[in-house]
Design a protein around this ligand. Structure first.
Ligand code: ADP
Ligand code: TRP
Length: 321
C-alpha cells in the first residue's frame, strides 16, 4: 500500500496542514512505502516571486523533517525535480472533461474571491491527478478541502483505464474525521489564503498575541455556557491537550466560572509545548542546509525511478512510445 501526499510551498505551514495532512502522513511511515513531495509547480498558480518560492520550499522541507518525517522510511522530494509529471498531466488533460474542472470547489471559491484565474489554476486538479497516478498511489492523506480533487483523480484514472487498458491504480483519499477541517482564528477553515492561521513554527510573541486575540462572545465568566463544545478555543485545545485535560476545561466552561482569558492562556501553553521538540529539531536542521538539500536530491532520484516506470507504462498504453 503506497501513501502519497503533497503540500504547496505557498506560505508558512499551519496547524491545519499539520493535523489534516502532515500528521496522518507521518503516522503512515510506520507501515512504510510513503511518498511525500513539495508541490512547487502547484504553488506557481498563486505565487509569482521566485525567491519566495525557493525559501518556502526549503521551509516546507524543514517543517516536514522537524515534525518527524524520516527520509530513511519515506521519499521526500521537490515536485519539479521529477518534471515528467507535467507530461503525464498533459496526457491526462486530454481526457479530462471541461465540466469536471468547472465544478471544482477550490477553483470556484478562488474565482469568487476575486482572483483572476490563469490556465494553471483551472488545470490544477489535472496536475494533482498526475502527481498521484504517476507513483502507483493507493492512499492520499489530505484535509477535507482536497477530497474532491482526489475524486477527480479517481474519475480520470478510471477513464484512462477504460480507454487505453488497465494502467493506473485508482487511489482513495484518507481523511481523518476529527481533524478534517481545523478552524482558523476567525472560525472559518484555517488556510494560508485566508490570513487566519496559527503557524506550526511561528515566533512565540506573535503566536501568543494571535491566541489571546481570539474573539469570544460577551458573556461573563460566571455564566454557564451550555454550548461549550462549540467554543473555538475549546476546539483548538482538543488538538493539543490530553483528552482528559481538554474535557476538564470544556466542563468548567459549560458550568460557568472559567474566564475566556484563562482558557486562551491554557490554549497557548498547550499549543506552544506541543511543538517544543519539533522546534528544537527544526533549529538543528536549519543549521545544516546541505543535509536538507541532500535529502531532497536523494528523494528526487528515488521518486524519478518509480515515476518514470509508470510514465512509460502510460505512454505505451496510449500509443506514444
Ligand atoms: P492552505 O489552504 O493553507 O493553502 P494547502 O492547500 O497547501 O493549505 O493544504 C495542504 C494540506 O493541508 C492539504 O492536504 C489540505 O487538505 C490540508 N489542510 C489545509 N488546511 C486545513 C485545515 N484547516 N484543516 C485540515 N486540513 C487542512
Ligand atoms: N492540492 C494540494 C493542496 O493544495 C497539494 C497537492 C498537490 C497534493 N498535489 C497533490 C495533495 C497530490 C495530495 C496529492 O493541498
Amino acid at each position: 500500500m503506497r501513501t502519497l501526499t503533497g503540500i504547496q510551498p505557498s506560505g508558512q505551514l499551519h496547524i491545519g496542514n499539520y493535523f489534516g495532512a502532515m500528521r496522518p502522513a507521518i503516522d503512515a511511515q510506520a507501515a512504510g512505502d510513503c511518498f511525500y513531495f513539495i508541490a512547487d509547480y502547484h504553488s506557481m498558480t498563486s505565487l509569482t516571486d521566485a525567491g519566495q518560492r525557493r525559501a518556502n520550499t526549503r521551509d516546507v522541507a524543514l517543517d516536514w523533517l522537524a515534525c518527524g518525517l524520516d527520509p530513511k522510511k519515506c521519499v521526500l522530494w521537490r515536485q519539479s525535480d521529477v518534471p515528467g509529471v507535467t507530461e503525464l498531466s498533459w496526457i491526462l488533460g486530454t481526457l479530462t472533461p471541461m465540466g469536471l474542472l468547472e465544478r471544482a470547489h477550490s477553483y470556484k471559491d478562488k474565482v469568487a474571491k476575486g482572483i483572476s484565474p490563469n490556465f494553471g489554476l483551472f488545470a490544477y486538479p489535472v496536475l494533482m491527478a498526475a502527481d498521484i497516478l504517476m507513483f502507483d498511489t493507493h492512499l492520499v492523506p489530505v484535509g477535507r478541502d482536497q477530497k474532491q480533487h482526489v475524486e477527480m483523480t479517481r474519475d480520470i484514472a478510471i477513464k484512462f483505464n477504460q480507454l487505453y487498458g488497465e494502467t493506473f491504480i485508482v487511489p482513495e483519499p484518507r481523511i481523518r474525521d476529527d481533524v478534517a477541517a481545523v478552524p482558523g482564528l476567525d472560525g472559518q477553515k484555517m488556510s494560508k489564503s485566508y490570513g487566519n492561521t496559527l503557524e506550526i513554527f511561528g515566533e512565540e510573541k506573535a503566536l501568543r498575541k494571535k491566541v489571546m486575540g481570539l474573539v469570544m462572545d460577551s458573556r461573563t465568566p460566571q455564566e454557564p455556557k451550555p454550548d461549550a463544545e462549540k467554543n473555538l478555543a475549546i476546539q483548538l485545545l482538543k488538538l493539543f491537550a490530553p483528552a482528559d485535560v481538554a474535557a476538564d476545561f470544556e466542563n468548567r466552561l459549560r458550568a460557568g466560572g472559567l474566564g475566556y482569558g484563562d482558557l486562551k492562556k491554557a490554549l497557548f501553553e498547550h499549543y506552544w509545548n506541543y511543538f517544543a521538540a519539533a522546534r528544537a529539531r527544526r533549529a538543528e536542521l536549519a543549521a545544516n542546509p546541505d543535509y536538507v538539500e541532500q535529502v531532497l536530491r536523494d528523494g528526487a532520484q528515488r521518486a524519478h525511478a518509480v515515476g518514470d516506470a509508470v510514465l512509460q507504462r502510460a505512454r505505451q498504453a496510449c500509443g506514444l512510445a
